[in-house]
Every structure is written in C-alpha cells, then in structure tokens.
Design a protein around this ligand. Structure first.
Ligand code: GLU
Length: 463
C-alpha cells in the first residue's frame, strides 16, 4: 500500500476536548505506524462561528500533545473548489434548489410521521416548475441546495433500498441504506457550504487515503460515498471509532470547558497521560502509563477499539497522571521544574515524583522544604519533638540520616510506628502525608529541621 494520508478536521469554533484528541491521536498513530502523512484541516466554512484564534489554539493543543501536522489546510481558502464541484453537480442535475423554511420542513416532517412514513424529505422541490421557482425567489426566498441521493432507479419519488458499504478500519463491514436518508443540504440559503461537500472535495484534492473519525459520522459516510461517485472520484477508506462520554453518560461537547485540552493541561495533566487515557479507554487494551506518543503508536490497533462509547473519568485520568509522573525521567521534566523554581535537581525529583498528582506539586514540596512553613504540632507532642531535636545528627545529611535519627529517637522515647513518625512529619512538613522524609530530610537541612521541631519550645516550655 502507498503510504497513507490522513486528516484531522476540526471546526475552529471552540477549543478541542479530549474526545477530539482521541480522533486526532488515532489519525496520528495510523499515519506514524505506516510512514504516512497527517493533514490538519480546519473545517472553517462556518464564518460566523469559526475564528483564527481558535484555529491557532487547536494547533497549540496538538503541539502540546506531540502531534505536528505535515500540512495545514483551511477550507475558508478553498471556496472556489467547492463552487466548482457544486456547479458540476448542478449541471448533472444532482444538486437542486429547495425553498422550504425550517418551519415548513418541520410541519412536513410531522405530517409524514403522523402518516406512519419515515421523516425524510419528500423531494417536493424537485417538482417545482421554472415559474414556481421564479415566483418563490420574487418573494425573496433564497434557495438552499440538496444533493439528489442515488437511491432510486428511474423515479426519484420511488426510492429503493440502496446500500453503500465499506470495510471500516475500526468496525469491519458497514453499510448505510441511502433510501433511509433525506437528500442532504450541501449549500445554505446564504450560499455558504455545509461541511459535507467541502470535506469530499478536500479529501479528493488532498489525496486523503483514510478518513478516520467518530462514529457519529457513519451515516455521513453513506452520503459522502455517493458524493465521491457523483464527482467521479475514488473514495478513501473510512474508519469510525467510538466516542467518549462524560461520567454522567453525556456526549462530549465544546460546552464542557473543563474537558478541553487547555483546561486539563492547566489542571496539571501531562500530555502523555491525556494521550494514553484518551486513546486507550474504550478499547480492548488496558490503560497504562507511557512516556510518550511513540509507545502509543506501537500499541495502536483499530480492531481493538470497542463499539460502545467510552466513559471518560477525570479521576482515572488523574490517577494515570500520577502513575506517569512517578516514572518520568528527570530529563523529561528538568526544564519545567527549573521554570517552577525547583532547584533540587535529580535527587529532589526522585524524592517527590512518587507522591505527586501533578508536576506543580513538586514545586509545592520544594517550597515546603525551603520556605518557612506553619508546622502542625499537637501540644502533647511538644516534649517528644524537643527530645527528637536533641538527637538530630550533625550535618552532612544524606538519605541514611533519617533512619539513624529516628532509631535514636525511638530508643530514647519508646515511641514507635505512627506515634513516632506522624508528629515528626507534621512538624517538618505541616502535612500528614507526602514524599518520604528519608529523602526530604537532606533538603531540609539541620537548621531548618531544628527550627521546625523547636517551634513550640518557646511557647510550651515550663518555667
Ligand atoms: N469537522 C468535522 C467534525 O469535526 C470533521 C468530520 C470529518 O472528519 O470528516 O466533526
């Protein structure tokens, strides 16, 4: 097979979310696996809602994920090609003008349902004479244009079952009966294009070999296969993956700002965690920590993607994020730690990486060891902590210091287990849990440690 060309085609009408990331990643993995090319195509024919800012933000989001498109296209710059295709369809009698208002269409639909007929458009505009059209236009009605689906033999008013079938990259054999569909509107009353035709024209002109997208597009594929035929173009292969759902079982939408890549990144989710989670849930493969996209490319297998929607749990994503951080090598985070003001180098990273939910938590622990804190000390532990202070070894501290010290404290005070460790942890870090003190102690240093242990001395000492 020649090397594939795929495309990810978001509408830049908002920030992309984890569900869009799933589509982008699957396209990316597919292309990477077979040495193919990845086109980022902005479906921006809806001028009122599309913005350049959103398009730029989508590019940034993809870059963060690790996806670098080989080519970027914008539909708004290709209108002439769509006009040309529409003209060819009109000339062939396959694109016809309709004048119904949305209210009229709704009434027709209800009437059909009431008569037990499928609620598809009955092609009545095809019956309009030249004069009737002229009269409607004189009333000020702008036509919208429908594609005449090839779902009949001679008489367009007598549709017959007409299957369009394909071997879906994700789902195996699929088919859509064109007789069950309304002729789709390709051009709006104001002359603007809906996505259906531009997508086919682009896929044809850009040599797209595989269209991989969400399974909400299965029906569109039936229509688009018919459009490829009408334009005498060879259709690409198609693949439809299951969609993500929120935990409440709702479809993802741009309304859920908190599930946008931008928001998840702000919340401290690593790109590798999002990529692994968004691509592995709802498949026969287990969600597992990875270091980067290359590992996911290896794991990618479209035949293992489930049919049912995949539940996206922010809690599970956070959990995976911690597991990924726990294994990230220092080089992978050095620059970001530096930017966050963490100066403890590799040793500090290893001390904290197993106990953080997000990278910013490393900066939190760095401040805990370096900046003054509010020690959490129970009055009944004050004596114990004073004794511990007396036993604190001289510097230099290393990772054996903690063991030596607490052993001595244990022998002197008779405290063990939680009674020994918890008051020390609370005094030294202000918290009841966190990274191993054995590893934090060298960063705290002796003066700092003493100050924290002895904070109560002045207040609680008996005269
Ligand atoms: N703009 C369309 C969408 O986001 C693209 C669908 C496709 O990939 O063909 O749903």
């Amino acid at each position: 097979m020649a090397s594939p060309i795929v495309r990810f085609a978001p509408s830049p009408t908002g920030r992309i979310h984890a569900g869009n990331a799933r589509t982008a990643l699957y396209n990316w993995f597919f292309a990477q696996k077979q040495g193919g090319r990845f086109i980022l195509r902005f479906d921006d024919t809806d001028e009122a809602r599309s913005t350049r800012e959103f398009a730029d933000a989508i590019e940034e989001d993809l870059a963060w994920l690790g996806i670098s498109p080989d080519r970027i296209e914008r539909q708004s710059l290709r209108l002439a090609s769509y006009e040309e295709a529409a003209a060819a369809l009109k000339a062939a009698g396959l694109l016809y003008p309709c004048y119904e208002t949305p209210e009229e269409l709704e009434r027709q639909r209800k009437r059909r349902l009431g008569r037990g007929l499928p609620p598809v458009y009955d092609r009545r505009a095809l019956k309009l004479t030249e004069e009737e059209r002229a009269a409607l236009e004189a009333e000020g009605r702008e036509p919208h244009w429908r594609f005449l689906l090839p779902n009949f033999s001679d008489d367009p008013f007598a549709t017959v079952r007409t299957e369009r079938s394909w071997d879906d990259v994700f789902r195996g054999p699929q088919s859509v009966d064109l007789a069950s569909l309304s002729d789709p509107v390709l051009v709006r009353g104001d002359g603007s294009f809906l996505y259906t035709l531009p997508s086919v024209v682009d896929d044809r002109d850009m040599g797209v070999t595989h269209v991989l997208r969400g399974d909400d597009h299965v029906t569109n594929t039936g229509v688009q296969l018919a459009l490829f035929e009408a334009l005498q173009a060879t259709p690409p292969a198609f693949g439809h993956h299951n969609l993500l759902q929120t935990e409440a079982g709702e479809g993802f939408s741009k309304r859920y700002e908190s599930l946008s890549l931008a928001a998840l990144r702000r919340d401290g989710i690593e790109a590798a965690a999002l990529a692994a989670y968004a691509s592995l849930i709802g498949t026969g493969q287990s969600v597992q920590p990875v270091n980067g996209l290359a590992e996911l490319v290896e794991l990618f297998d479209p035949t293992k993607v489930n049919r049912a929607p995949a539940r996206f749990s922010v809690g599970e994503l956070k959990n995976l994020n911690s597991r990924i951080l726990a294994h990230l090598p220092y080089e992978a985070v050095a620059e970001r730690l530096e930017e966050a003001g963490v100066r403890g180098g590799e040793t500090f990273w290893h001390a904290v990486q197993g106990n953080i939910e997000k990278l910013a938590d490393a900066a939190f622990w760095w401040r805990v060891v370096r900046d003054p804190i509010e020690p959490a000390i129970e009055p009944e532990d004050a004596d114990f902590l004073r004794q511990a202070a007396e036993l604190l070894p001289e510097e230099p501290f290393d990772e054996t210091t903690w063991g030596t010290w607490t052993q001595a404290v244990k022998e002197k005070t008779g405290r063990r287990g939680k009674g020994l460790f918890l008051p020390l942890r609370r005094a030294l870090t202000g918290a009841t849990s966190g990274p191993e003190l054995r590893e934090l102690l060298p960063f705290l240093g002796r003066p700092n440690t003493l100050a924290r242990l002895c904070a109560p001395c002045s207040g609680t000492e008996t005269p």
